[in-house]
Design a protein around this ligand. Structure first.
Ligand code: ADE
Length: 231
């Protein structure tokens, strides 16, 4: 079983790189892939870069060229659900693109025109595994399941995040998950997104993101590491 693991930024993959054994590096399309062993499992780790296009290309390469059989996305997000605090964890039930907007032609917001689906469900087993792994975190960290919203926008506005929460029942907002989900669905590869909250996607998001990304990335890492032990 080869497991693909994606983070968008250096901070999101740094701890995995430190722990990985028997590392072999390959660069394709400017993306560096690290094949190796983590917690006794064969993994292919990579930094996709930020945004949906980077995430989609990376996911397809993990599947085609590195033959991974499941994919875990690990990293940070802006909280959309008002009950979530910085540091809390969202494990994806499903994900969609909030910036897919063809409403002018009569399609509902978020819907990909003429596609069978626009919402991508994560794998039940991987979700359960992530939730169970989350139980080992400190008691004051909430680990919830919910919808991950993705778009090529850093959200830093209270009204906007409230609107996205209401419109799409979002738990958190980031910039890659739905692209990973869509490509995985197209290839019938199971996936899950594990995100720790670095900010609340409001007027303080840029400050909080800078301050809390490292803490949030550490929490995502703790869960994914524990998932790998149980896989
Ligand atoms: N990733 C972390 N915080 C985010 C935000 N506020 N908007 C989009 N992506 C994010």
């Amino acid at each position: 079983m080869r497991i693909g693991m994606i983070g968008a930024m250096d901070e999101e993959i740094a701890l995995y790189l430190q722990e990985m054994e028997q590392r072999k590096e390959t660069v394709k399309a400017g993306i560096r892939f690290y094949e190796g062993v983590l917690n006794g499992k064969t993994v292919v780790l990579c930094k996709s870069g930020v945004g949906k296009v980077n995430a989609a290309v990376t996911t397809q390469m993990l599947i085609d060229q590195f033959n991974v059989e499941q994919i875990i996305f690990t990293g940070v997000a802006g909280a959309a659900h008002p009950d979530l605090n910085i540091g809390d964890i969202v494990v994806s039930t499903d994900c969609l693109q909030h910036d897919m907007d063809v409403t002018a032609l009569g399609f509902p917001a978020g819907q990909i025109p003429f596609a069978e689906k626009s919402v991508w469900e994560a794998d039940r087993q991987l979700i359960d595994l992530a939730v169970r792994a989350g139980q080992s975190l400190a008691e004051d960290v909430q680990v919830v399941t919910g919808r991950v919203l993705s778009g090529d926008q850093f959200i830093a506005n209270h009204d906007k995040v409230e609107q996205l929460f209401t419109q799409f029942q979002a738990h958190c907002i980031e910039m890659e998950g739905a692209a990973v989900g869509q490509v995985c669905a197209m290839n019938e590869v199971p996936f899950v997104i594990v995100r720790s909250m670095s900010d609340k996607a409001d007027g303080s998001a840029h400050v909080n993101f800078a301050e809390f990304t490292e803490l949030a990335a550490r929490r995502s890492f703790a869960i994914v590491q524990s998932m790998l032990q149980q896989l």
